[in-house]
Design a protein around this ligand. Structure first.
Ligand code: PAF
Length: 257
């Protein structure tokens, strides 16, 4: 597996790729959810490139950034074992020669749901994804449905700016107890980890939105929002310091597991 740390090396690698290129952008701390994106990329493409970059501009709280898990050696091993061709490991100076003077901002959906609770978060996400999509110029790029609002905003950006990479959505991967896989799960205490699957269980229960909200609060979650977007019920709720998000298919008859 080739490790790429400069733009010139990325461009050289890109020129050697014959056929389609699948791109999986990540912030590291890889789990089965990321590996499912890699698998989808491998199925659809001749080459697969993964990026690992903990993007500081999308963290609205410095403490959240400081505590973000760093498991680089393990991540590289997993990607190598999965048969990934190349991994792009940029640093801040490489991706932000403008020091974040230029930003991509979406003005409607990005202010709702997670955006309402994490000011600037989606500006950081969209800006870094735009940079990565421009640099990699992949045939397909893979994103998890777990970050459903992010996925919607990235699709919108790609349409708005005529980016030719096709965005592919991949289903949420869950632990056996239903908890959606997330790098943040590593930071849950043992007690919080036991409670965390109740977020999913409550979303799919045959109850009203207000009953779900009450139920989550009673269990100990601090609920940021429960909201319907498209045909999905989205939720964000914290256990202690750890903010979890999840979403499930939803229609006027309620949620489905
Ligand atoms: O979903 C993520 O891990 C990040 O938001 C992304 C898309 C890699 C951008 O930093």
């Amino acid at each position: 597996m080739q490790q790429i740390t400069t733009i010139t090396a990325l461009q050289t690698y890109r020129k050697t790729c014959q056929g389609s290129v699948g791109f999986v952008p990540t912030m590291g701390a890889l789990h089965q959810g990321h590996l499912s994106l890699v698998q989808a990329a491998q199925q659809d493409n001749d080459h697969v490139l993964v990026s690992i970059f903990v993007n500081p501009t999308q963290f609205n709280q410095a403490s959240d950034l400081a505590k973000y898990p760093n498991t680089l050696a393990q991540d590289l091993q997993q990607l190598e074992a999965a048969g990934v061709d190349a991994v792009f490991l940029p640093d801040f100076a490489l991706l932000y020669p403008d020091d974040y003077a230029y930003q991509v901002t979406e003005k409607a959906l990005s202010t709702q749901f997670c955006g309402a609770h994490r000011p600037g978060h989606f500006d950081g996400v969209l800006t870094v994804v735009m940079k990565l999509l421009n640099l990699v110029s992949a045939t397909h790029a893979y994103f998890g449905e777990k970050d459903y609002q992010q996925l919607r905003l990235i699709r919108g950006m790609v349409d708005a700016f005529f980016i030719t990479t096709e965005i592919v959505a991949c289903p949420i991967i869950r632990e056996a107890d239903g908890l959606a896989m997330s790098s943040r799960n590593l930071r849950l205490s043992a007690i919080e980890r036991k409670i965390a699957p109740q977020l999913y269980a409550t979303l799919v229960a045959d109850t009203s939105l207000s009953a779900k909200r009450e139920q989550l609060s009673a269990i100990g979650f601090a609920v940021d929002y429960l909201a319907v977007l498209d045909d999905r019920l989205l939720a964000a709720a914290s256990l202690g310091e750890i903010r979890l998000i999840d979403n499930v298919p939803y229609n006027d008859r309620g949620a489905k597991a």
